[in-house]
Ligand binder design. Structure first.
Ligand SMILES: NC(=O)C1=CN([C@@H]2O[C@H](COP(=O)(O)OP(=O)(O)OC[C@H]3O[C@@H](n4cnc5c(N)ncnc54)[C@H](OP(=O)(O)O)[C@@H]3O)[C@@H](O)[C@H]2O)C=CC1
Ligand SMILES: O=C1CO[C@H](CO)[C@@H](O)[C@@H]1O
Length: 369
């Protein structure tokens, strides 16, 4: 992103972008799944913060054993049914493919000693599954938090603070522009969909986080030439219309040009929020993972006329993964719903389903979120 002449004033201390931590760090966490996101992000962040994962399981026990050794987790189970019988497990952290999630939740809610669930996004393979997961948890009196973790990217959270405090005035136009090549997992092949429900869901959810619920969405997809299995949603383009007049535009270009095929690379995720009294420009750091690359934010308002550049050392992958788990634990301590509750996530899942409908029908879809 081009750097503009800056004010020397560091503004980061005024922005609220870090998670609130629970009083009790020793709540026993049972980890269901031992794949990439659990091993390289969730557990790294939890250990750094002093949380207490006590047990782990995976479909392939050897994978769970390796991850347990790496993160010093006492107990390894070959099935989640066994893990759920461990009396030390008070909350479960689920990171399995989306088409496996509903079955896992069905089993978890049968265990009364479990008080809370943190479930990876997407909350099932469609809105109907998400509703069923929410219903199961509500009926069991179990707190459900959804790991919609872009909300804890430091830059996204700081920008939300600016928007919520009115620093940028009334929102006029917001864009997220993605030119990045995700590492798709083998289980994605059997879903029939790729980018929208796995990657764009973060960007759609960020617009909800920043601005609330839109009135309608228009989405257009094309296939990604690099992704060899059957799919419709390779590259995704989205326009959200708000009653206030605000317009949001997302471009999720997972092709990003033939850069794996030999062309020079131009990879990155940028965003821009324009209001009546200010504008904010950001860059999301995760495409450079595993190189620690903090997301950035710079903003200027009509009252300052200069650029403010808050700075932080934390990164989304893995540091921000503390946020949703901390939110669940704080919600349990206070007896309230987390902000990332299952109910809240139904709006995100409904928006994602509406995008697939819009793209299939080539027309805008009205939303009732
Ligand atoms: N920003 C974010 O929050 C991110 C979220 N995710 C989400 O996390 C979840 C897991 O993703 P990720 O860790 O990347 O995936 P992985 O494939 O790396 O891990 C999947 C885990 O689920 C287990 N599993 C259980 N049943 C199945 C099955 N039928 N097919 C495949 N795996 C199974 C795997 O077991 P086994 O030991 O046999 O491999 C493994 O432990 C997904 O919902 C994904 O959307 C992923 C990346 C980033
Ligand atoms: O958050 C994400 C970022 O990109 C990953 C792929 O590289 C996605 O799978 C994931 O959900």
């Amino acid at each position: 992103m081009p750097q503009h002449p800056a004010s020397e004033t560091p503004a980061s201390e005024t922005l609220d972008y870090l998670p609130t931590l629970p009083d009790r760090l020793d709540v026993g966490i049972g980890c269901i799944g031992a794949g990439f996101i659990m091993a390289d992000c969730h557990l790294v962040a939890y250990r750094a913060a002093g949380l207490r994962p006590v047990a782990i399981c995976s479909r392939t026990i050897e994978n769970a054993q390796q991850v347990a050794q790496r993160h010093s987790i006492e107990s390894v189970y070959s099935t989640y049914q066994e893990l759920l019988q461990d009396p030390r497990v008070e909350v479960v952290d689920i990171a399995v493919p989306p088409d496996c999630l509903l079955d896992v939740v069905r089993e978890v809610v049968r265990h009364k000693q479990i008080r809370g669930i943190l479930a990876q996004k997407p909350l099932g393979v469609c809105l109907d599954q998400a509703k069923e997961i929410v219903r199961l948890c509500r009926n069991a009196g179990m707190t459900l938090c959804v790991n919609q973790n872009m909300r804890y990217d430091q830059s996204v959270r700081a920008c939300r603070h600016l928007i919520a405090r009115g620093v940028l005035g009334d929102p006029v136009l917001a864009t997220i522009d993605t030119r990045a090549i995700p590492h798709w997992m083998p289980w994605q092949e059997r879903q029939g969909w790729v980018t929208c429900r796995i990657l764009s869901i973060h960007h759609l959810d960020t617009m909800l986080f920043w601005f609330g619920d839109p009135q309608r969405v228009y989405a257009s997809f094309r296939t990604d030439p690099r992704t060899k299995f059957k799919h419709t949603d390779g590259i995704g383009l989205y326009i959200l219309e708000y009653a206030s007049g605000l317009r949001c535009m997302i471009c999720d270009d997972v092709w990003a040009g033939p850069v794996r095929e030999g062309a020079a690379e131009a990879i990155g995720i940028t965003y821009r929020v324009e209001g009546t009294q200010g504008l904010a420009l950001g860059e999301i750091g995760w495409p450079k993972y595993p190189k620690r690359t903090p997301s950035t934010l710079q903003y200027s308002t009509t009252s300052t006329g200069t650029w403010q550049r808050p700075h932080w050392d934390q990164v989304w992958f893995p540091d921000a993964f503390l946020g949703p788990m901390a939110e669940l634990l704080v919600a349990l301590e206070n007896g309230v719903d987390p902000a990332l509750s299952g109910e809240d996530n139904l709006a995100t899942m409904a928006l994602v389903d509406a995008c697939y409908q819009s793209a299939a029908q080539h027309c805008a879809v009205e939303l009732d979120l």
